[in-house]
Design a binder for this molecule. Structure first.
Ligand SMILES: Nc1ncnc2c1ncn2[C@@H]1O[C@H](COP(=O)(O)OP(=O)(O)OP(=O)(O)O)[C@@H](O)[C@H]1O
Ligand SMILES: [Mg+2]
Length: 362
């Protein structure tokens, strides 16, 4: 499946554009601040229904001189086409998929998948655990539809739990009974999330090691460790820990155990790359983490996600660039690449070029 056409109106600085894409490489070039990332974001939004930057609100996506934004896309899958229309207003977004307004979001997200590479990916390694959890959450959603609802329900319960802890702290109510009831659901979901993460990692880690070895000519002894304080396999133990922590939790007004606190540690030679890696090593590992996620999706579904590569080639040295583009040539998927200068890219067959200036494409 590939994105055949997109019509964009009033999405960020792109006021009105209609584009037809190549099923392999699409190169978007232009100077800084003209709308390259905005085009990628329009595609990213179509497939994930989320802005690239989590903190962006719907109003940030709508052109600042317009009231609403519309993204009309056509995906082509062998001989049939899928039509997607997304209307974004300051209050909400609406998805119309093949003329249907009642689409099941979970299966929609599962069907249309895009993986984005950006220079910010360094933060996968350097950033706080939240960034790694988010990245892996997204990757696990892609391969496991149920995981999405586990995380959604977990976050809802976590919020209620924290609210109750806060109320208990302020002595407003004694909600122990409600808390105990929530703890049961909280434990069930924690165990499920933990199990799905481990299941994912069992298949993912060998791919990651292989990719890092390929990228580095086996210079490292890479490994990924899932860091958790508790053995989630044991429900009774988890509930007991929750009970023992209750006093502290009320004092701190927040939940102190659960998968929302776990982390993914990327190691090499028994050292955490986050603390010991050089800038170049961190870049290499970040790239490898993303590539491995794509390979994982392929191994499970026999289909690669669409790749959105935002200005990454200028960030890589020649060796890594070679590896990346050789890899991209071999995989059967549609790829969008942005760059300020075409000289940053090797010659790629089956590519279409788009120049962007002030949100207009030619
Ligand atoms: N809601 C909006 N309405 C109008 N313009 C916007 C909106 N959001 C962002 N922009 C503008 O869009 C412009 C282009 O942004 P974009 O990030 O796509 O540039 P780019 O071509 O990727 O640049 P770079 O090479 O620096 O990454 C920016 O100048 C930004 O101010
Ligand atoms: Mg950009």
């Amino acid at each position: 499946m590939f994105l055949e056409k997109i019509q964009i109106s009033n999405f960020r600085n792109i006021t009105n554009t209609k584009l037809t894409f190549n099923s392999k490489f699409n190169i978007i070039h232009g100077d800084n601040g003209n709308g390259k990332t905005n085009l990628l974001e329009a595609i990213y939004y179509t497939t994930s229904l989320k802005p690239i930057k989590k903190k962006n609100k719907l109003t940030h996506l709508i052109n600042d001189k317009a009231q609403h934004s519309i993204l009309n896309s056509t995906f082509k899958n062998n001989s049939y086409r899928e039509e997607i229309k997304i209307i974004i207003t300051p209050q909400k977004k609406a998805l119309i998929y093949n003329n249907n307004t009642n689409t099941d979001i979970k299966s929609y997200l599962h069907k249309f998948q895009a993986v984005l590479f950006t220079p910010d990916d360094l933060m996968i390694i350097k950033g706080e655990p939240e960034m790694r959890r988010e990245l892996f959450n997204k990757a696990i959603f892609h391969s496991n539809q149920f995981y999405y609802s586990y995380i959604r329900d977990y976050n809802r319960i976590l919020k209620s739990r924290n609210k109750i802890l806060k109320e208990m702290h302020e002595n407003k109510t004694n909600n122990s009974e409600l808390l105990n009831a929530l703890n049961q659901q909280f434990a069930n979901l924690s165990l499920k999330i933990y199990e799905e993460r481990i299941n994912y990692l069992i298949d993912y880690i060998p791919i990651l090691i292989k990719i890092i070895n390929n990228l580095s000519n086996k210079e490292y002894l890479p490994y990924l460790v899932y860091k958790t304080d508790f053995n989630y396999k044991d429900r009774e133990q988890f509930l007991l820990k929750l009970k023992n922590k209750q006093y502290l939790e009320i004092r701190q007004k927040r939940t102190l155990i659960g998968p929302h606190l776990d982390d993914y540690k990327i190691m090499t030679n028994d050292k955490e790359i986050r603390f010991f890696g050089s800038q170049g090593e961190i870049r290499l590992f970040a790239l490898a983490i993303k590539i491995s996620q794509i390979v994982y999706i392929y191994e499970k579904t026999n289909q690669y996600p669409i790749l959105l590569l935002d200005d990454i080639s200028s960030e890589l040295d020649e060796k890594r660039k070679d590896f990346l583009f050789n890899f991209l040539k071999t995989i059967d998927t549609q790829i969008f690449i942005t760059t300020t200068s075409l000289s940053n890219l090797p010659k790629l067959e089956s590519s279409s070029f788009y120049h962007v200036k002030n949100g207009d494409f030619s």
